[in-house]
Structure formats: C-alpha cells, structure tokens
Design a protein around this ligand. Structure first.
Ligand SMILES: [Zn+2]
Length: 349
C-alpha cells in the first residue's frame, strides 16, 4: 500500500522508531536517514512539556526542525494520559473536557483537550495526526473499558471537527492525514463498538490503541480481531509494536505501520538485533565471548557500525560506557529494523 501525504509517497509496511522529544537518543536525523529509515513518531504531550511547540511552528514544522525528510507522525498524548494520569494517583485528572496533567517541569496545570491536541499537532506540522484517545491498560476492569470506548469516540468526533476546521483551506500538498485510535482493552465487543464509532466519523487510517502486550507477550487474539475489523484499503497501525518477531506476526494479521522505542532502548542496553537464516535474533554485545571476536555484529549488515567496527571493539565501547557506543548500536538496530520491514515476507518467527 502507498500513502500519499503532502505530495509525497510513502510505502507501507513501515517501521518508525519513537522520537518522543523530537530526537532519538544518541543519533541525529542524518544518522537516521543514512540507515534508510523512512519515518518516526514524535509526541504531542512531550513537545508541549518541552515548551517546543511554538518554536517548531516558527521553524516551519517538525520535519524542518529536526531536518528529517521521512514520514512523521505525532502521537496525541493519549498514551501518556494513561501511563502518567490514569495509572497514578494525584498525577492529574480525566474529565469529559480533556486530560489535566501536572507539567513535570513547571508544576503548572496542563489541560489537553481533543481540540487543543489537534491544534498543537497542526502547529507541529506532522504528516499524520493522531486523535486524542482515552487509552486504557488491558487489565483494567470492563466498566472502565466501556467508559474509555465511549469517551474515545466522543473525543474522536471533536478531534475530527477541529481537524476539518483547521485544514479546510489547505491544499493537498499541505494537508496532513488524521488517524483514529481503536480502544476497548481485551474485549472484542468493545473493540468492535469503538471501531464502528470511529468509522462512522471517518478517518484516513486506524490504529490499535492500548498496550499490545501483557506479561505473556503479544495480545494476539484481540490484535488479530481488531485488524480484521479495519478495511484493507485503510492503513492499519499497530501502536507500540514492537520487537521484530511481534512486527512480523502483526504484519501477518494485516497491520502495516509499526512504532516502538525498542531498537534504540535495546541498543543502549547492549542488545543488538541480527538477521540469521530468515530469523531475527539478539546478541548481548557485553558477553565475554565477543572479547576477541573481530567480525562485525552482523556480517551481512551494511550499516555504518558493521562496515567499520568489530564486535570486539563494540563490546569494549559498551563496557567502558562510551557514548559513541549508543550511537553505533542505535544505528545498527534501526538499520536492522528497516531490513526486517524490507524482508518481512521472507522472515519467520
Ligand atoms: Zn549493522
């Protein structure tokens, strides 16, 4: 599938690492472009808290601000509302109007409403805007999931009204897409209700929202069920997915957009991804067995790190805590995740 946004074509499937604060730790946008990376996801809530929104707007948008030319999605902050407000007492409040956060820097109240969320994402100038959703954890009780779904639909409608108002005079080369987020926890009935409600409002694409995992791994049944609700001519975004094997599984369910912090977070912990015999494995570069291993992390990998440095040297950099390790390891992992997407049809789990 191809997505044409603001006059530029993006091919799906696509993997986008999370650049929450308009950056990925240890690597800059040119490093990322050199890995062949096609897109990334940044975050409305974090950029508000960072006091960066007006500066980004003045620069001409997030892509110019970061000097990154690929697809940029802004997540709405709904997930942060769940993890920072819903799951913690006294950290903020949900009302019908929106979510009230305590700004961790200034201590001031920060109210994110469906309307202000869309307005902020338009200022940020991303390619794909995500609606503000009432995100839940799958282990929350059914009555909470029901409230979340109803509110998610009502907020999505308000988001769409604001989006239509703010984009009605934009040309196709200026107009971003807007995606709905399907909530409903582990309940098929609620996922269906949520999707149908969103479909009635009408969005350019649809995302699976909420945690896609529990302690045992991927929530396969509900992910698969939700994917099948969404028509195949719409992009299907599995938010927060994930590790390469989870991406491969979700792709088989018909999802074609993925984002996660994993490649760079794992890189910082010395976990490097390697494609071997059509499977994706990890190695711990700190392992003693790599002390005198003078081959590349992945001999088939053409990334900057693998072309220039050995496992032995990478292990040394990791052991001494050298910041250049984080850069090299992140470059390698992001490159490998791109390869996973390129070769996804041939890969097995
Ligand atoms: Zn590499």
């Amino acid at each position: 599938m191809e997505l044409v946004i603001k006059g530029k074509t993006y091919n799906l499937p696509i993997f986008m690492p999370d650049a929450t604060h308009a950056t990925i730790k240890g690597v800059d946008s040119l490093d990322l472009a050199a890995t062949g990376l096609k897109g990334l996801v940044t975050n409305t809530y974090h950029l508000i808290v960072d006091d960066a929104v007006e500066t980004v707007k003045l620069t001409g948008g997030i892509k110019k601000f970061m000097n990154f030319d690929g697809l940029v999605i802004t997540d709405s902050g709904g997930f942060q509302a769940m993890s920072l407000v819903r799951r913690r007492k006294n950290a903020g409040k949900f009302t019908e109007d929106g979510v009230m956060f305590h700004n961790p820097h200034s201590g001031k109240r920060l109210l994110l409403t469906p309307e202000s969320c869309i307005e902020t994402q338009i200022k940020l100038g991303s390619d794909i805007i995500m609606v503000l959703d009432d995100c839940t954890h799958p282990d929350e009780k059914m009555s909470e999931q029901e409230i979340s779904v109803e509110r998610t639909i009502r907020w999505a409608r308000r988001c769409k009204v604001k989006y239509d108002e703010l984009t009605k005079n934009l040309s196709p080369t200026e107009k971003p897409m807007i995606f709905g987020i399907v909530q409903g926890g582990n309940s098929k009935e609620l996922r269906k209700k949520c999707f149908k409600g969103l479909q009635e409002i009408g969005f350019d694409g649809y995302a699976y929202g909420g945690w896609p995992l529990d302690e045992t791994g991927l929530l396969r049944e509900i992910l698969d069920y939700t994917a099948k609700l969404i028509p195949d001519d719409k992009p299907k975004y599995a938010m927060g997915v994930g590790k390469p094997n989870d991406i491969i599984e979700c792709y088989k369910m018909s999802y074609n957009m993925f984002d996660c912090v994993i490649p760079t977070r794992d890189a910082r912990h010395g976990r490097l991804y390697v494609i071997k015999d059509s499977k994706v494995e990890t190695i711990n570069i700190g392992n003693e067995r790599f002390k005198d291993d003078f081959t590349a992390v992945d001999s088939d990998c053409e990334c900057y790190a693998c072309k220039n440095f050995t496992k032995s040297y990478m292990r040394h950099l990791f052991k001494v805590g050298e910041s250049v390790f984080y850069k090299l390891a992140s470059i390698h992992n992001v490159y490998t995740f791109n390869k996973v997407i390129e070769k996804i049809e041939a890969l097995q789990i």
